[in-house]
Design a protein around this ligand. Structure first.
Ligand SMILES: [Mn+2]
Length: 268
């Protein structure tokens, strides 16, 4: 999973979908808490998953540090534009709200301890790397279907992995670039298609218990199945209102698709 963004309804939909899939290990690739109405509940559920490992996304970093997406507006920009000041102020309010909820629940420390990447070395030699956006970066252009092979290949070069899985762009992806399989599960909590939580089911061919079926599209010793779990968008919107989330208006528009997410999103 990636980019759960504090959406407990979408998270539960994914877990319900996964219930029949014999998942024995979860990776959660960052942007765990910011934006949705239930950051504490999401963290509690995530950390209880079997074999779970999580990493820190850029918005998890914002919750810890108060930073906002670069490039920052200059003082001169801000002096010229009330809208700009309002936008930064609203973002700061959302970050502060999330930090407050997690502090109150005693869960902020979970974010502090998160690593920047995850690694898994399979018995058969397959090396798997989990990142938020791309190797060594939790923001900027990430793994997406639209990025050129050259561009993506440059970012993946030297990553010492056969498979790289990243989130951040919210765009489900399955490509092979310069022999590296690049995957993106799409976003669980703020999917591009409203109400369709994304996640990725991986099955390793070297697992003696469950041999992947070559006829089902195993590439580089791995079968990856993009899965979609429908969830109740209106329930999330109602909860944002009920919880007095400071970004409710903006998030309602994004979750319902009335306001599209940025096309080549740098900081989802
Ligand atoms: Mn992100």
């Amino acid at each position: 999973m990636a980019d759960v963004h504090g959406n407990d309804v979408a998270l539960q939909a994914v877990l319900d979908d996964a219930a029949g899939c014999q998942v024995d290990r979860w990776w959660v690739l960052g942007d765990l808490v910011l934006s949705g109405p239930r950051p504490a509940e999401v963290l509690e559920v995530l950390r209880s998953l079997p074999g779970v490992e999580m990493l820190r996304g850029n918005t998890d970093r914002y919750v810890l540090t108060g930073e906002q997406p670069a490039p920052h507006a200059t003082a001169a920009d801000a002096a010229r534009s009330v809208d700009l000041v309002e936008r930064y102020g609203l973002m700061a309010a959302g970050i502060g709200w999330t930090r407050g909820v997690l502090s109150q629940a005693g869960l902020l420390g979970i974010l502090t301890g998160l690593p920047g990447e995850l690694r898994l070395d399979r018995p058969g030699g397959l090396r798997v790397l989990g990142v938020h956006a791309s190797p060594r970066a939790d923001h900027g252009p990430g793994i997406s279907p639209g990025r050129s092979d050259d561009d993506l290949g440059r970012v993946l070069a030297g990553c010492a992995a056969d498979v790289v899985i990243g989130g951040h762009t919210h765009k489900a992806t399955d490509r092979v670039v310069n022999g590296v399989r690049a995957l993106n599960p799409g976003s669980t909590g703020i999917p591009l298609r409203p109400g369709e939580a994304g996640w990725l089911l991986l099955e390793f061919a070297d697992d003696p218990e469950r041999r992947a079926d070559p006829a089902r599209g195993t590439v580089a010793g791995l079968r990856a199945e993009q899965r979609i779990a429908p969830f109740d968008v209106d329930a999330v919107v109602r909860d944002l209102h009920a919880r007095l989330h400071p970004n409710t208006e903006f998030l309602e528009a994004v979750l319902t698709g009335r306001r599209p997410q940025r096309r080549e999103s740098d900081d989802s």
